[in-house]
Write a protein that binds this ligand. Structure first.
Ligand SMILES: [Zn+2]
Length: 381
């Protein structure tokens, strides 16, 4: 067995290894022992690293790295060795773009927008938004009450122009959220990975590759980059609410789309903070607690307790944390799919007959279950 020819490894500041796959352009971090272990399979590496793992552990690690495409069986022809990005229905990447070079050209703007002065300004606006909303809470509650009782929010029959404006603003906010991460990451690391569009639980979303954050040691900076997306969303909501209140109070102009956008945007930002699925909240918690792969480890732990997989690789972790986190992660996985499938069913029903919509959703459910079965079997989540 040898290390995959497209894999290169680099030691990080805090003595871990950053693994780059030059074929798929993916980068991830592995522990020191795992890095040294993998290096032993590098044909160019003359020195052998001594790792105190028993045979079971070595076999398990070999299988794992083979499955992950980091190791290859040199007896197999090269075509079958070629690594493919595994299809995952929970996270379907539609397209991705290189953005680092473009950012180099606007480096000064990036540095300015992420400077202390600008961050203080964003903070000030958020604060003003909160104060203004608080001092006008009676007025806002009344407006909201009107929207709800008139069926505009839960039945979603706000007038079409407001609906389109809210929709456009939400999409712009999602873009700005992603650029919040990208700009901060560029400032901190000097480079960023690709950005793209994906379907997360079959819902459209943007993503950016921030793996270069793993190579730096400063925890505060890492959390800043991960939090910047949500932070900038709060800033946008604050601007919307300030304008909504001021326009109402001074000119008696009631642009309700600003109020609705502000609330939906805040809702999305809190949704992003949920730590039990791989959204911003998860990465923030992982960095704060210094726990890598908490998601995988928890699920591996639970499935091993249920005797679905053999023994998990979680020796150092507290069992109670893994159990609690794993159960929460499973519940949220079901909730996310439940929510998404209900939405998809609703949309399908608009264009096809109910039995066909039901049939299509059932097919999706089968794919999800089949994939879950495969992922659990191979211990990959
Ligand atoms: Zn984000």
């Amino acid at each position: 067995m040898i290390i995959h020819p497209a894999i290169c490894m680099e030691r990080t500041e805090d003595n871990d290894f950053l693994v780059c796959n030059l074929e798929s352009n993916e980068t991830y971090k592995i522990g020191l022992a795992e890095g040294l272990f993998l290096n032993n399979y590098n044909p160019n590496n003359k020195e052998r690293n001594v790792i105190d793992w028993d045979n079971d552990r070595i076999k398990q690690a070999e299988t794992f790295f083979l499955e992950a495409g980091l190791l290859v069986d040199e007896s197999l022809p090269l075509v079958t060795r070629k690594q493919k990005e595994r299809f995952n229905i929970t996270r379907i990447k539609i397209c991705k773009f290189e953005i680092n070079n473009a950012l180099n050209k606007v480096q000064r703007i990036v540095m300015f927008l992420t400077s202390k002065i600008c961050i203080t300004f964003y903070f000030a606006i958020i604060l003003i938004g909160i104060i203004l909303a608080f001092t006008n809470k009676g007025f806002l509650f009344n407006k909201l009450n009107n929207l709800i009782t008139s069926g505009q929010i839960h039945e979603f029959n706000i007038d079409p122009s407001s609906f389109i404006l809210v929709y456009i603003l939400v999409i712009i906010a999602m873009f700005i959220h992603e650029f919040g991460h990208i700009f901060m990451c560029k400032r901190i690391c000097g480079k960023v990975g690709k950005v793209g569009i994906m379907l997360y639980f079959l819902q459209p979303a943007l993503f950016s590759d921030l793996t270069c954050l793993y190579t730096i040691n400063n925890k505060k900076e890492k959390i800043k980059a991960l939090f910047s997306g949500i932070f900038i969303q709060w800033f946008l909501s604050a601007i919307a609410i300030i304008n909504y209140i001021l326009l109402n109070k001074t000119f008696n102009i009631d642009l309700e789309f600003l109020l609705i956008f502000s609330l939906i945007n805040i809702f999305i930002s809190f949704y992003n903070l949920i730590p039990f699925t791989k959204l911003d909240g998860y990465w923030i918690v992982s960095f704060i607690l210094n726990k890598q792969n908490l998601y995988q480890k928890s699920l591996s732990f639970i499935f091993s307790k249920l005797k679905i997989v053999s023994k998990p690789n979680v020796a150092k972790e507290k069992k109670s944390i893994l159990l609690a986190y794993g159960i929460a992660a499973i519940i949220f996985y079901i909730l996310f799919w439940g929510f998404s499938l209900t939405q998809i069913y609703g949309l399908l029903e608009l264009v096809v007959a109910s039995p066909i919509a039901m049939g299509l959703v059932t097919i999706i459910i089968f794919i999800i279950i089949y994939q879950l079965f495969c992922r659990v079997k191979f211990n990959k989540y």
